[in-house]
Design a protein around this ligand. Structure first.
Ligand code: NAD
Length: 344
């Protein structure tokens, strides 16, 4: 099975100056959590992974990601729901985490229209458990957590900047992510806790999520099935390659949040390069060597037509510099997909 390493290019080892481990990474059965854990393990850092391996999408891929991580001697895995406070507290007591990467969540905008309660449990209750456990942990130094570009909601000023007001969410998913930022803000203020929010922008890459466009499109094109092209291909996204996202996560984790500031830090981790959905599909067609059968559709409720990130703040704070364009990144994704599913 192809393993993918974010070390495929200019990923330098001395990136981590302040992290000894073990690092708690939540959502290691998931797409980004798997890559974040693997990157730490490759750097020789001990990782404790937690995931409830829920069936939001095909659990086989979650089990396969977890199995791959379990090959590392310095990885321990616990199948827990993060809303289970006692279980998570027990892990904090046992491992004395200094650093935490909190990525587990109920993801997906469209699913929040049909399954709203999953979002409250996994994104709000579980987030509070993480904050409370970190707050009481003796050696705790820093937690970075996943927010989302969806917090920008109906904003039309592009590119999105961290200083823009974020008061117009377009889905319950976005509400939960914005709530996480507000919860973190109150804990940072009350308890002087070093917390950092990371707004991810449409992350894609090997071991990607089956509910996201790259995965669904590659599958459909290979199987000669039609693809749904929302907003007639006129959606535009700041598609970010997962290797770049992970470099951003580790850079942020290694940079202590300044608790003397009034606001806890929140960073855009996008790619700083806007691409239309139509071009995204063209690149897939080029690498697969086949035309897609397209169902042109209107935009879906809850979806935003465009997301574009101003990444200056992350560039200045921890040298965040995404370097993978969609031509290179989608090729890596297609190669992984064909290998994983045994397609020629
Ligand atoms: N992928 C993206 O484009 C993107 C964009 C913006 C934000 N995000 C955020 O980044 C994070 C990671 O996203 P991803 O794409 O890897 O999603 P994912 O669904 O692949 O991973 C999330 C993991 O969390 C686990 N999980 C969910 N609820 C849990 C709970 N209550 N207890 C324990 N485990 C639980 C799931 O089983 C899953 O393995 C999420 O917080 C997501 O909201 C992702």
């Amino acid at each position: 099975m192809t393993t993918f390493s974010i070390a495929h290019k200019n990923y330098k080892k001395p990136l981590l100056k302040n992290i000894q481990g073990p690092v708690l990474v939540t959502g290691t059965g998931g797409f980004i959590g798997f890559h974040a854990a693997k990157a730490l393990l490759d750097l020789g850092v001990d990782v404790v992974g937690v995931d409830n391996l829920n069936p939001y999408y095909d659990v086989k891929i979650k089990h396969d990601r977890t199995a791959l991580l379990k090959h590392y001697k310095n990885f321990k895995f616990y199948e827990h729901d993060l809303s289970d406070k006692e279980a998570i507290e027990e892990l904090f007591n046992r491992y004395h985490f200094t650093h935490v990467i909190h990525l587990a969540a109920q993801a997906g905008v469209r699913y929040s229209l049909t399954h709203p309660f999953s979002y409250l449990k996994s994104n709000i209750d579980a987030f509070l458990v993480m904050l409370e456990c970190a707050r009481h942990a003796k050696n705790f130094q820093h937690m970075v957590y996943a927010s989302s570009s969806s917090v920008y909601g109906m904003n039309t000023k592009m590119p999105f900047s961290e200083d823009d007001p974020v008061e117009l969410p377009m889905s319950l998913y976005a509400v939960t992510k914005r709530s996480n930022e507000l919860m973190a803000q109150s804990y940072a203020h009350l308890y002087k806790m070093p917390l950092t929010g990371l707004r991810f922008f449409t992350v894609y890459g090997p071991w990607g999520r089956p509910d996201m466009a790259a995965f669904k499109f590659v599958k459909a094109i290979l199987e000669d099935s039609p693809i749904d092209v929302y907003n007639h291909g006129n959606m535009a996204r700041d598609y970010t390659f997962v290797g770049d996202t992970v470099r951003g996560i580790l850079g942020a984790l290694d940079t202590q949040a300044d608790v003397t500031q009034q606001k806890h830090p929140v960073f855009n981790l996008g790619n700083n390069k806007l691409e239309t959905l139509a071009y995204f599909i063209e690149v897939l067609e080029k690498h697969i060597g086949k035309k897609a059968l397209k169902n042109m559709m209107d935009i879906q409720p809850g979806d935003v037509p465009q997301t574009s990130a101003d990444i200056t703040k992350a560039q200045v704070a921890f040298d965040y510099s995404p370097s993978t364009d969609i031509d290179e990144g989608l090729k890596l994704f297609i190669d992984w997909y064909k290998d994983y599913y045994g397609k020629k």
